[in-house]
Design a protein around this ligand. Sequence first.
Ligand code: RIB
Length: 325
Amino acid sequence: MIRTGKKLLVCGSINMDLVVRVDTLPTPRETVAGKSLAEVSGGKGANQAVAACRLGAEVAMLGMVGTDSFGNKLRSCLRQEGVQVDLVGTKEGPSGIAIIPVDKKGENMIIVVPGANGQLSPEDVDAAVAAIEDAGLVMLQLEIPVSTVLHVIRICKKRGIPVILNTAPVPEEFPGELLGVDLVCPNQKEAAAILGIPTPETIEEVNHAAHRLIERGAKQAVLTMGGKGAVLACKMPDGNIATTWIEPYPVQAVDTVAAGDAFLGALAYRLLDSDSLEMLERASLEDACRFASAAAACSVMVPGAQPSLPKLEQVHAMMRRNQVS
Ligand code: RIB
């Protein structure tokens, strides 16, 4: 896929995260005491937009906030970060909210109430077609209606605009057409849900799952494995599928919220920034995944979603410390 545009368009969710610190995550029917409560800007779409922007990418966000007090706060946080917000609309009702308990090991669970994100419609996308056409790369997740995501994919396909789809969270009905993108990025659990297989745990199992995602229609796949790194699978010109394990950076995690978003935003930044116009070829993708892995490692060392997303110098420092150029 050859494109010269340098702008990233993220079409996705914008949430207010209500982060509760706990010693141990509750199990069903258990009550645990929270240690603190914080309101932090989040949402997978917004986080990925901020992640790429903080590194230096030009980013526009297409999304929806509500008419509650969070709506304006969320929009102005994005604007302050330098994300273009002309395409962030307002719908009557509440903004998206995520309830996120985080334990002392940095593990979390997330409940998302979509609010305005659930009202981002194909018609809203049509109203933003000029911005989509202006993009060098479009990034999507699944916290907005699937019909809207499919609509964006179809528009981009017609115009030859590359699309990255982060498959979080996997909807109950996962239409196969969602895999018809240039790069699909699930984590292990999402890959299992999409493919209807047990969660792949070993590198071999993850390689196999990545192969299957390509056989099902994805041009390339990156399967993230948290602290165990990621697997990149690329369809080669001879039709074979080549896989590469992207080693993780050894860091002490305090909070893994938005680590995946840090990875995706950094991946998009690096692909757009690379001199190679063949941005979704294996070599560029390997390089971008290593860079993205360093960004994710930086993000788990800081609490919160958007507060944890690193600047370019921090990612470079992480790579230097681990001798990756
Ligand atoms: O990926 C982390 C994000 O998931 C949080 O910011 C939360 O809003 C949910 O969307």
